[in-house]
Design a protein around this ligand. Structure first.
Ligand code: ADP
Length: 644
């Protein structure tokens, strides 16, 4: 496990700072309002008229006459204190009254009545009050500020660490990953071996005047192992590994991201030689001046990108800092990023082929107890299109299945179930279908299987099931290719569309009415037909012309925007797509009519057993005959084009 140190954790924690202010503030507050008054002399307040009366009656012994108040003691209380002689420290009872402004005759009266009188000593408690008046408000402010600081830190941990790079630092050589943990992407690995060599023996290169590359861009679909490769480079070269995601640079405030980039490079230079890994580079490196600007601009991202470009230019080639970045959308990156001296090397990290998948499985089963029947080659064959992360997930799913049943080892059946789980989703036995629905699903799936068997390039039908799975799938037909395919020929596309429409076709033929169950098939068939025309240039009428802008090479399921085209061409596209779909539909109907009896038998069997696979399925599928027109239909187009 890599020892991960969070950069932020180094900063002194401001919690104590904030809470000590709060405590001090509370103390002063309590002292001022509750403790201090307890020590002030207590006095009984009387009306001025009563005071005057008592003076005139000769009862007052002593008086301290201030501007705002008069404190006085009665003769009786004074003499009581002198006679008892007990404890001089207990003061005699004092009365207080407020003088009336302009009463100048008072001192005369007091003198006449032999009252000892004078001015009161200066009021020290007033000094304290004034002092508190000046100190307490700022303290309240500081207290609240400290408290908010505390909360902000405890919450996101980001609000006040403006400009600090959030790059996580893996301690030296301890990413815990080496090239032994990476499999199935040998070409990318070989390219990166060179980077390891640069880091380990930089002298060799600098001596002959060669410049070590500064930036390497890893391009590939999600989960193909880009992060893993970057960690492996750091692990092999035994250098520190800084990792940050492109999106972490982008903040609400303009300039924060740029400050983070600066800070990250500063840290990296201090630790050189090292690897800085920026994941999801596209989040910060999107082409400047794009459509985003029309929507009010994206100054923050642009400034951050500019800073990155400047920093990459700014450091010397041979400082030993190598920036590795990963993206699955290379086409949106700003061209300036790929200029020599920045990310001038691009390494494509592909999805693995069959041998690659087997190698990746070998890496991931190391800690898993396997039963004797597990054949990794067979699993690799069943998982075309799976990336490294999918395979890692698959092994884990299989292990979980075995553990759930308290078995000691993971069997081939666990792996097969795990593959289906990943492809089609979890079984949903709780979803109970009524008889009619079950029948519809069974005919639908048998239809897919029969047409799929006759079509080129799609592989063998391996399993048909009418157990609901995943989101919305009421049944499924598992068709696995015998080998990895990188191109699809035109007839194979036609076949694929016909297979997709075969479920609906079977419902039509046998039940005489159609259901909503085919919506997903129709969606996929239409997408494929449209791409055939607009992207692959396979329409004879429109010819090899690109009508879509290819934008997503590595992310599946993204639709590309159309090029600017005239309404007439749009109409022609629609016509071509419709024709393709209609013909495929007709062909599926024809095939199913030709094989009506097999369709019937298979469906009955499926209704009984719910799942058809292996030898039994093969026996049915062997009986499937192709109608005479099929070969002609498949070859209607006379050319083949790549669909990679
Ligand atoms: P990416 O960065 O390309 O999205 P990751 O490197 O994060 O993918 O891969 C996620 C996980 O998938 C890895 O931690 C690893 O367990 C597994 N994995 C991916 N590719 C490979 C590979 N080529 N060899 C072994 N394991 C892999």
């Amino acid at each position: 496990m890599p020892v991960e140190k969070d950069e932020n954790s180094k900063a002194p924690k401001p919690e104590h700072f904030g809470s000590s202010f709060v405590t001090l503030f509370l103390f002063l507050f309590l002292f001022h309002f509750f403790v201090a008054p307890a020590f002030r002399p207590r006095a009984n307040e009387v009306l001025y008229s009563q005071f005057l009366k008592e003076v005139k009656d000769g009862k007052v012994g002593r008086a301290l006459v201030g501007e705002e108040q008069i404190q006085y003691t009665l003769k009786s209380d004074l003499s009581k204190m002198q006679s008892t002689q007990e404890d001089n420290s207990t003061p005699p009872k004092t009365y207080v009254t407020r003088p009336i402004a302009g009463d100048t005759a008072l001192s005369q009266l007091l003198a006449e009545k032999n009252v000892e009188f004078g001015a009161p000593p200066p009021d020290n408690s007033g000094v304290l009050t004034t002092l508190l008046g000046w100190i307490v408000p700022p303290l309240i402010f500081l207290g609240i500020w400290g408290w908010m600081l505390n909360r902000a830190q405890a919450g996101s941990g980001t609000a006040l660490t403006v400009g600090k790079s959030k790059a996580r630092i893996y301690s030296e050589g301890n990413t815990g990953v080496t090239f032994a943990d990476v499999a199935g992407i040998d070409e990318a690995e070989e390219e990166l071996q060179e980077i390891v060599e640069f880091l380990k023996n930089s002298d060799k290169y600098t001596r002959v005047g060669a410049k070590i590359p500064k930036g390497v861009l890893l391009v590939g679909a999600p989960g193909t192992g880009k992060t893993l490769l970057a960690k492996a480079v750091a692990g092999e070269a035994v250098v520190p590994f800084f990792s940050i995601s492109g999106s972490e640079f982008i903040e609400l405030f303009v300039g924060v991201g740029a400050a983070r980039v600066r800070d990250m490079f500063k840290q990296a230079k201090q630790q050189a030689p090292c690897i800085v890994f920026i994941d999801e580079l596209d989040a910060l490196g999107k082409s400047r001046g794009g459509a985003g600007n029309l929507m009010g601009g994206n100054d923050e991202r642009e400034q951050t990108l500019n800073q990155l470009l400047t920093e990459m230019d700014g450091f010397e080639a041979n400082t030993g800092v190598i920036i590795l970045a990963a993206t699955n959308r290379p086409e949106v990156l700003d061209p300036a990023l790929r200029r020599p001296g920045r990310f001038d090397r691009q390494i494509v990290v592909d999805r693995p082929d069959k041998l690659g998948r087997e190698a990746i499985l070998k890496v991931h089963i190391q800690k898993v107890e396997l039963a004797a029947d597990v054949d990794l080659g067979a699993i690799a064959a069943r998982t075309p299109g799976f990336a490294g992360a999918d395979l890692a997930n698959l092994v884990n799913e299989a292990a979980l299945l075995a553990a759930r049943q308290n078995r000691e080892a993971v069997t081939m059946a666990d792996f097969n179930e795990a593959v289906e789980r990943v492809i089609a989703g979890l079984e949903k036995k709780s979803r109970v279908l009524n008889e009619m629905e079950k029948k519809t699903v069974a005919y639908h799936e048998a239809g897919h299987a029969i047409v799929g068997t006759l079509m080129p390039g799609a592989g063998k039908v391996e399993k048909i099931s009418i157990v609901p799975r995943g989101i919305g799938a009421l049944g499924y037909t598992l068709q696995l290719p015998e080998e990895d395919r990188f191109l699809m020929a035109e007839d194979e596309i036609r076949g694929r569309i016909a297979t997709l429409l075969a479920g609906r076709s079977a419902e039509e033929i046998v039940l005489g009415k159609i259901s909503t169950g085919a919506s997903d098939d129709i969606q996929k068939a239409t997408d494929l037909a449209e791409r055939t025309v607009t992207l692959y240039g396979m329409s004879q009428k429109l010819g090899p012309i690109a009508l879509e802008k290819m934008q997503q090479q590595f992310l599946d399921g993204f639709s590309n925007p159309r090029r600017p085209i005239s309404p007439k061409v749009t109409e022609e596209i629609d016509g071509e797509v419709k024709q393709l779909l209609d013909r495929a539909h007709q062909t599926a109907l024809k095939i199913l009519e030709t094989n009506r009896s097999v369709l019937e038998e298979m469906t009955q069997q499926l209704l009984q057993k719910e799942i058809l696979e292996g030898e039994q399925l093969r026996q049915y599928l062997e009986q499937v005959r192709s109608p005479e027109e099929l070969a002609a239909w498949l070859n209607t187009g006379n050319y083949y084009l790549s669909t990679s």
